[in-house]
Design a protein around this ligand. Structure first.
Ligand SMILES: N[C@@H](CCC(=O)N[C@@H](CS)C(=O)NCC(=O)O)C(=O)O
Length: 219
């Protein structure tokens, strides 16, 4: 059985969503955010203190987009994966990594300097600069979803999960108000997926059973 360590709404939502889309069985271990402060025992599992940490037997992984790629490639077959022989394979990999490296990183800075840090360390200037950074990179998504319903291959893939999580985080921090009409419609279409709803329901149920509250409820 797979084991996934997860915080409500964190990047570990990517593998959670992938597991639900694929219908694979897994154990979900919920942690309060940030784990390094609120669940210090977790540092023995992941010294970085970050989520996700994912186990498939002896295999241990901590990068959300890589776990998605691992699941769809190793535990398919699934239409969520692209084969190297498919014409959009390069675009698929590019979006898979773009979702984390280009679209999520600047938002993590916004979140940190507007919410996570104690008030005396917060910075409206840093939050504004990195919000702008994120929105400018989002133009790359807009250019594609303005002409097609998914990012590549004419179907929903793990690349949409990777970029979709970045849009989910943007909604959480209020940047969705600046989405273009095409990005807003694309995001609505991702949220309408049954797999997305199941992932949300699973994290909520696991949080309740394990007594772990959402980040904004913890204070
Ligand atoms: N590149 C990693 C980033 C992992 C990461 O930074 N996760 C955040 C949650 S979204 C975290 O655990 N932060 C807690 C901390 O920095 O202490 C990934 O995509 O999984």
């Amino acid at each position: 059985m797979f084991v996934l360590y997860h915080c409500h709404g964190a990047r570990s939502f990517r593998p959670l969503w992938t597991l639900e889309e694929m219908g694979l069985p897994y154990e979900l271990k919920m942690l309060p955010f940030p784990p390094r402060e609120r669940a210090p025992d977790y540092l023995t599992i992941n010294p970085l203190g970050t989520v996700p940490t994912f186990f498939d037997g002896e295999v241990r992984m901590t990068e959300s987009a890589a776990i998605c790629e691992y699941l769809v490639t190793r535990h398919g077959p699934t239409a969520l994966a692209l084969q190297p022989s498919e014409p959009d394979y390069g675009a698929y990999l590019n979006w898979l990594y773009f979702g984390e490296a280009t679209l999520t990183f600047p938002q993590a800075i916004v979140l940190r300097y507007s919410v996570v840090e104690p008030p005396e360390r917060r910075s409206a200037q840093v939050a504004a600069d990195y919000s702008r950074w994120f929105l400018s990179r989002l133009r790359g998504v807009d250019a594609v979803v303005a002409r097609q319903p998914t990012l590549c291959a004419g179907r929903f893939t793990a690349a949409d999960i990777s970029v979709g999580y970045a849009l989910m985080l943007a909604e959480f921090i209020g940047l969705d108000a600046k989405f273009s009409p095409a990005v807003a419609a694309y995001w609505q279409s991702l949220k309408a997926r049954a797999g997305f709803s199941r992932a949300l329901a699973r994290q909520d149920a696991a949080g309740k059973v394990q007594g772990v509250r959402e980040f904004l409820e913890q204070a």
